[in-house]
Design a protein around this ligand. Sequence first.
Ligand code: GLC
Length: 635
Amino acid sequence: MHQAFPVTQLRTDHDDVSEIIADLLADGVDREFLPHVEAHLPRLHDLFVQLYGERPDGRERLASVVDLARRSWALRPTELKAIDRERESEPGWFESERMLGGVCYVDRYAGGLGGIREAIPYFQELGLTYLHLMPLFESPEGNSDGGYAVSSYRRVNPKLGTMQELSELAADLRRAGISLVVDFIFNHTSNEHRWARKAIAGDPAYEDFYLIFPDREMPDAYERTTREIFPDDHPGSFVQLDDGRWIWSTFYHFQWDLNYANPAVFEAMAGEMLFLANQGVEILRMDAVAFIWKRLGTTCESLPEAHLLLQAFNAVLRMAAPGLLFKSEAIVHPDEVISYISPDECQISYNPLQMALTWEALATRDGRLLQQALERRHALPDGTAWVNYVRSHDDIGWTFADEDAAELGIDGYPHRRFLNDFYVGRAEGTFARGVPFQENPRTGDARVTGTTASLAGIEAGDSAGEDRVVLAHALALSTGGIPLLYLGDEVAQLNDYGFADRPEESGDSRWVHRPFRPAQNYADRADAGTPAGRVFARLARLLAVRRSTPELAGNELIAFDAHVASIVAFVRPGDAGFDVVVMANVADSPVTVDALTLSGLRPEALDLVSGAPTWLGAGLPLAAHEVRWLRVRSR
Ligand code: GLC
């Protein structure tokens, strides 16, 4: 052990908790802070016992984490404490039909933090209530995995602005009704982080922050069961250091995984988390959650300890910055994705399954896999929500469960191959213009990149391209939770092939779908003679309807069998005597839902998008790629 203070182990009863609270009282603890500790320390203690019960320094570490929380609370600005109180009294605030997310790169979209501030009126025009700024911290020059290699969590990349500007921006956004979301990249740091430099310089306390091995023995043993995540960069999960040793790097070779088996790492990262919370960040996007705990002989993904760690971070947050939310980024098997979602762990989560299956349905013109996912994999615990998106800054991976697909007679492996070929433009008759990402010839694995407009057919000049963009968004806007727009997609931005000429981007095809702010498309957004104008007008209408449709809030969804393979259909029950029925036709040709199928619904419906009354008594015709949001009286 490297710490200077005396060491003691955790006890399994709650004597540790009582003692820590007694110490706080003796110290004259803030009266507002105390109830938070009383409410959450027992939980944190239990988690620590499970994670660090064997460690001789477990007890001391727990006490110092509580002290960290106390000091952080003391520094927490009054305005943020007011938000904490508001959120604690209205814990479901993020489930409202008014919630709408946007995501962008600070430099690409707006030049810097000042430019983001200038864009606030536009964000308000769209109705954003949540803005995810892509990683904006100090990171290595050149390739930094788009900022996901962090060299300091307390300094903003000087090209974008300063930490002071970030916290001022957070306040401006808040006044505009928009919550600032930033990444908490806590699985790894960059190799230029102060901790990493100390580790390399041989400081034993910091060597223990990472997973470093003298030779290949342990790396080989681990790699027998781990997956390759960025095979284009390096095979396996380790990279070799200049001195010949091997260090764990799940992603790029300059992103070094942290060793959470060491409670000093937990404490250090809790400090960075609380620092960010006090800058006015309201939602932390918990990056790469599946990878944070490692154990020999396992895949080292989604281990039980990964959950315990997240819950422990959550407990710390509840003590010192209770208004914040965690958003899980787990792009893994659907059973695992859901395992991160609970009020005590991550309250919100990307919904990669719905995202991927929306594209799957558009390619196959068959809605059944998506329909099945809505039926069986959409439900969530109370107090949590999906973040539904059409695409993100990352590639699309086909994360559906093979066993689900098998029930529909679909063999997962060839189906993924088909989808990859289709979306990278290799399949006969495809409308998509995507680019492959991390193709692994050994495993046959690959993922797909591309902007929504390029994947949906606008780039290829397919006449249904705009309809597909609208359909995909109409689904993300109506299944519940928080819809998230990739800014620029609302004006139909196309792929940026220029990435191939930029050395720091050319090796990573995800840059193809991270274009600079498409100024011309924005200039065209009122011009119905352009794809940008038409897509924008149609999406703006959907956004406006959504925010005035309370049935679309929350997560409750009842799948509706329309008896047509190309139709995805569901009911969003409301509590004021009305439901909203959503029907989307993914086919290239018109279909009709027959009257008998609809006979369980009241026949008088209101089409929320057009405002026209609609009679369901004689069946419902749907044009190719048409989506209807219909309000009907509840039965
Ligand atoms: C997440 C990010 C991705 C990044 C990776 C490593 O998956 O979304 O862009 O490459 O984490 O930080």
